[in-house]
Design a protein around this ligand. Structure first.
Ligand code: CTP
Ligand code: ZN
Length: 154
């Protein structure tokens, strides 16, 4: 790397979400519920050149690990992301993002008439019909949602 190139620093402890498709880092941050007001150091790199992907995004969150539910959420918006847990500057664990077959309580149905959008105590539930491109089918009304529908409600 030459002096002219901008370089994102390594972190001491925390989580690096790497290989996010170019332009999707902010969606990843959003689906994790991170607002930037958490008093934590975070680095977001968007559209950086990548040998494997052309361009990619990276999110580095210092001092925080992700739980498995958060890893699954990331799969909704960044199915190719790799998650690296860093301790004392070393990558100690690599987690694979994996979309569960059934998604409950994260995504809302787009059909206003769906029972999951009524006053009934019904938690929205979707079956993952395809991962790439994303296709979710509502358990209750059968309507399908794509990635744009999911991104729109983040
Ligand atoms: N990383 C970091 N801080 C560290 C160690 C690693 O920010 N102390 C970042 C690296 O910059 C990279 C990611 O974590 O973006 C994964 O690190 P590493 O496994 O060392 O890189 P690769 O071998 O290139 O990983 P992969 O095979 O997943 O591309
Ligand atoms: Zn529905």
């Amino acid at each position: 790397m030459s002096d002219k190139e901008l370089r994102v620093s390594k972190i001491k402890d925390g989580t690096v979400i790497d290989h996010i498709s170019g332009g999707y880092a902010l969606d990843v941050v959003k689906i994790l519920g991170i607002t930037g007001k958490e008093n934590r150091v975070m680095t977001i790199a968007v559209n950086v050149p990548s040998k494997r992907f052309g361009v990619k995004d990276i999110v580095k969150i210092e001092g925080r690990a992700l739980n498995s539910q958060e890893v699954n959420r990331i799969a909704l918006v960044a199915p190719h992301a790799s998650i690296n847990i860093v301790h004392d500057y070393h990558v100690v664990e690599k987690l694979e993002v994996k979309l569960p077959k059934v998604i409950e309580g994260i995504v809302k149905c787009v059909n206003p008439a769906c029972i999951s959008n009524s006053d009934e105590p019904v938690v929205a539930k979707f079956y993952v019909k395809a991962e790439e491109p994303l296709l979710l089918k509502c358990h209750y009304c059968g309507i399908t949602l794509d990635r744009a529908d999911v991104l729109q409600q983040l």
